[in-house]
Design a protein around this ligand. Structure first.
Ligand code: XMP
Length: 504
């Protein structure tokens, strides 16, 4: 039983899925043109047609399988989704130009969708097309001062369309509108963190039986929660934590203490020397990532053989990865993200992916229920290749130390100022630049460290965090005072795009 969201390419599709889950309704995202069999398999209790960048009147505009309209389920069309409904049932959609953009207010709003809301209701619209003629028998259920058809309903009220985006924060009552849709559709609200945990624990137990599971732990929330889940489920597991010598200050002890205390069977592999030699002389970012990926696989393979046999390899795959591989828009390979992929076939593992239906915030909730320490659960994301991608140029032990200390000071300053959670991620980068300064009465030719802090939701886009000048000042003073090799500190004020979060 699920709310099926058919994705027509809107940047907000995942947000619709997350909002439904926040309202305790299980949701799945399928490509907009998914055949009816796939939609039926997902057992929809309601369907949402997402927004999208196209116009329904364009040749080749994506449309759902027409058999969808034969299903006995309520359908909500959002923006492009509403245009699809209007066009399919005989209405007219035209390009209305700029008039349909931005924030606006509903001057009137009626019916179950707007239950409990009093106009004016603030809404956010982001499409140039509008419905100018309704299908036969349909009615307008909401209007702005300039657009009479901002929300529409079929005669039986089972097909609903909204021109605006209830899923975005700029529609402050959007969650209420979506909740009203779920109520009107009779969608069960049983998707809670407690039930999720129960479900995935039972599934993992049933699937693994008495066999053994191997997993890699990076210290991040996903893999740590996964290790904890297996431990709590009583699954026979070995969690391998590869210390590649590129971890943040204090990270290894935090992970080891945190997980062992909770019953995880954790093996830490000391591989610092090995990674350092593999990285010697490498300057190119992609070559660095590849060298690290290769070394990870080699270390992991050795440990698997030493402690095997294992039937399963557990991975912290999340729902966004599943959506992506389900055939949405293809994403360009900007950076080769490292994980232990490539291993399963080679070693004859079966994959175990208990989080494959969860979003990151849902994993964080599950982790909370499992008792994962907040120091791990709420920490900023950290890349698999570790500090190596924050050292521009060659990775040497001296340079690792400089960036590790800078990072530790920056994070400490953020915490002291209560600003750690103002940033989604914060980091220090050692640039290959040296600059002139003075220390005491002497000329100093020191390294330039760049600080970066960003706000983001899912790392796909990010903005630079508007940290206070006091925080930045404190960080710069402490870094230059406590790390003599550093002569200058700069703050990165580039958003993503065009930059990425990490510098390499
Ligand atoms: P970028 O730099 O691509 O980073 O904007 C987006 C997010 O991903 C993290 N990141 C990685 N995580 N392996 C990972 O597990 C990697 O190779 C990797 N590269 C970047 C980065 O820290 C940010 O949170």
């Amino acid at each position: 039983m699920s709310v099926v969201i058919l994705d027509f390419g809107s940047q907000y599709t995942r947000l619709i899925a997350r909002r439904m889950r926040e309202l305790n309704a299980f949701s799945v995202v399928l490509p907009g043109t998914a055949p009816i069999e796939r939609i039926r398999e997902a057992a929809p209790t309601a369907v949402v047609l997402s927004g999208g960048p196209r116009s329904v009147f364009e040749a080749g505009a994506p449309k759902p399988d027409d058999a969808l309209y034969g299903l006995e389920v309520p359908i909500l069309g959002v923006c492009y989704g509403m245009h699809l409904l209007a066009e399919r049932f005989g209405g007219r959609v035209i390009d209305a130009g700029e008039r349909s953009y931005g924030s606006d207010r509903l001057a009137h709003a009626d019916g179950p969708l707007f239950e409990g809301l009093e106009p004016p209701v603030a809404i956010w619209m982001s499409h140039a097309d509008a419905v100018t003629e309704l299908p036969e028998g349909w009615s307008s259920i909401a209007a702005t001062a300039t657009n009479p058809n901002v929300a529409v309903a079929s005669p039986d009220g089972r097909r609903l369309g909204v021109q605006f985006h209830p899923e975005v924060v700029h529609t402050p009552d959007g969650a209420r509108i979506l909740s009203n849709f779920l109520d009107a559709s009779g969608v069960p609200r049983d998707w809670t963190p407690e039930r999720n945990l129960e479900r995935i624990t039972e599934d993992a137990r049933a699937r693994v039986g008495g066999d053994r599971v191997l997993l890699g732990v990076s210290g991040g929330v996903d893999s740590s929660a996964l290790a904890l889940l297996l431990a709590r489920a009583g699954v026979d597991h070995l969690a391998v934590f590869v210390d590649h010598g590129l971890l943040r200050a204090g990270e290894r002890a935090e992970v080891e203490d945190g997980l062992r205390a909770l019953g995880v069977n954790l093996l830490t592999v000391d591989a610092g020397e090995r990674f350092l030699s593999a990285l010697a002389g490498i300057v190119d970012p992609e070559a660095k990532r590849k060298a690290i990926g290769r070394e990870f696989v080699a270390v992991f393979r050795e440990e698997a053989q030493r402690h095997g046999p294992f039937r399963f390899l557990a991975q912290g795959t999340l729902y966004p990865d599943v959506i992506e591989s389900a055939g949405g828009e293809g994403a360009a390979n900007i950076k080769s993200h490292h994980n232990v992929g490539g291993l399963p076939e080679e070693l004859g593992f079966e994959l175990l992916e208990p989080f494959r239906m969860l979003f990151k915030d849902e994993v964080r909730e599950v982790a909370r229920l499992l008792g994962l320490p907040d120091a791990i659960r709420l920490r900023h994301p950290f890349p698999g290749p570790g500090l190596a991608v924050r050292i521009l140029g060659e990775v040497t032990s001296e340079r690792i130390e400089i960036v590790r200390k800078s990072d530790a000071i920056f994070l400490e300053v953020l915490r002291e100022h209560g600003a750690y959670h103002d940033a989604w991620q914060a980091l220090a980068v050692l640039t290959p630049i040296q600059s002139v300064g003075v220390a005491g009465d002497e000329r100093r030719y020191g390294h330039v460290v760049a600080l970066r802090a960003v706000t983001s939701v899912d790392a796909m886009t990010a903005d630079w965090a508007r940290l206070s000048h006091e925080v930045l000042d404190d960080a710069a003073r402490r870094i230059t005072r406590e790390i003599p090799e550093v002569g200058r500190v700069v703050y990165d004020i580039t958003s993503k795009p065009p930059a990425t979060i990490e510098w390499e």
